[in-house]
Ligand binder design. Structure first.
Ligand code: PMP
Length: 398
């Protein structure tokens, strides 16, 4: 009989995997077909049982999950903080991603949607059965539709008509009424945001106004910031995020700076947006290219961004973000959109510039599902001069 000494965790796992006929913990013999390849003695068995009992299925906070029962709207936030292994190893820092794609409606915007709705309820501006209207190209609309449904509100989403049919279809499936309007710049009165505001005024609906309603950043100040502080046991040394409305960057940075003013706040801006110029030079110049990233890229100082303290800003090329997105998909099992890639690329750049030993937190904003026809379509990538096969090392110098 072949005897296999089980010394390491790996050996225990192998023993478990090859044990097809009898589950290992119930039997001292581990078999593969008829060939017995190992016998486990009693002390080994009890060590294994102990290790197994330490394993948990979810790393979500069990107190939060079981303290009291709630509908889906009660489970926004408390997302895991995921260690990004390769980029951490390559930089000598702990680079951690807040898994916002695990929120009920699938993105970081669930927090804003929840925060805006509960704030309006508290102020008496949302009555049962009311209609919420918002101008949005994506995740906020999805969050408002889902959380709105759970709390008994109807959502009307005004969206530029150049957005993908998948998004409009998804919003309608989730129960929102979708009004597709021609794409116009913000200064044009026919811009989708202004249309949403006018609809609210004319029909007595509630306008969520994610860009300038500071209930958005307050939601991050009250939830995302404290979660990061607690999850890192106060070790977080920097936080990196791109800006859409600015709610995430503003809320998290305000909370973290209050805990420890030395924590470095970094804005990871796509090309074509004005936040890099704003935080670096104090102006809104944007004459430098474009980005295909959805949900980020801001050209003005929203009410959510006003007055925040940002220590450093980077412009991140789409290609760097895409290289990260494909690396995380292929090597770490994370299926993400491009804003997450731009955030992680910013975190890597900050780690390289500032040296090893830091704990850098960034945001994994949404999953790749909504981008199957774009980011995960080779023809589409080629037509946008983007290459999904560049090695991770290629971005370390960028
Ligand atoms: N990534 C994605 C995919 C988003 O939809 C958004 C929100 N528009 C962001 C990042 C940025 O979040 P915030 O609005 O809080 O700046």
């Amino acid at each position: 009989m072949n005897r296999l000494r089980l010394r390491t965790d790996q050996d225990f796992l192998k023993a478990w995997v090859v044990s097809k006929r009898v589950p290992f913990p119930a039997c001292s013999q581990v078999g593969k077909g008829d060939a017995v390849i190992g016998v486990i003695d009693a002390p080994q068995k009890s060590r294994y049982r102990k290790r197994r009992s330490d394993l948990t299925i979810s790393r979500r906070d069990p107190d939060h999950m079981t303290a009291k029962y709630s509908g889906i709207d009660g489970y926004v936030g408390n997302t895991p903080l995921i260690r990004l292994r390769r980029v951490s190893e390559l930089t000598g820092c702990e680079i951690l991603g807040k898994a916002e794609f695990m929120n009920p409606a699938g993105s970081v915007k669930d927090r804003a949607a929840y925060g805006i709705i509960t704030d309006a309820e508290a102020a008496g501006r949302l009555k049962p059965g009311a209609t919420i209207v918002e101008g949005t190209a994506g995740n906020t609309g999805i969050g408002l539709a889902v959380i709105g449904r759970a709390r008994g509100y109807r959502a009307v989403i005004v969206i530029p008509n150049n957005q993908s049919p998948e998004k409009m279809h998804l919003l309608r499936t989730l129960g929102a009424e979708v009004k597709a309007v021609p794409e116009k710049p913000y200064k044009d009165p026919e811009n989708y945001n202004h249309i949403a505001r006018r609809l609210a005024e004319e029909r007595g609906w509630f306008w969520a106004n994610q860009f300038d309603n500071t209930a958005n950043r307050d939601a991050h100040y009250r939830s995302t910031g404290p979660e990061i502080w607690k999850q890192t046991e106060g070790k977080v040394s920097s936080f990196v995020a791109a800006v859409g409305t600015g709610g995430t960057l503003a809320g998290v940075s305000s909370y973290l700076k209050e805990q420890n003013p030395k924590i470095q706040i970094v804005c990871s801006d796509p090309y074509g947006a004005a936040m890099w110029s704003w935080f670096t030079n104090g102006n809104l110049e944007t004459n430098d290219g474009d980005s295909i990233a959805e949900g980020i890229g801001q050209g003005r100082v929203t009410k959510n961004i006003e007055g925040i303290e940002v220590d450093r800003a980077y412009r991140i090329p789409d290609q760097s973000g895409l290289t990260i997105v494909y690396h995380l998909l292929r090597e770490e099992g994370l299926f993400l959109g491009l804003s997450s890639g731009i955030n992680v690329a910013g975190a890597v750049r900050f780690a390289k510039e500032s040296g090893p030993g830091q704990t850098i937190v960034t945001v994994l904003c949404d999953s790749g599902h909504k981008y199957q026809s774009t980011l995960f379509n080779r023809d589409w990538l080629a037509s946008n001069h983007l290459d999904p096969d560049l090695p991770l090392e290629s971005i370390l110098g960028s």
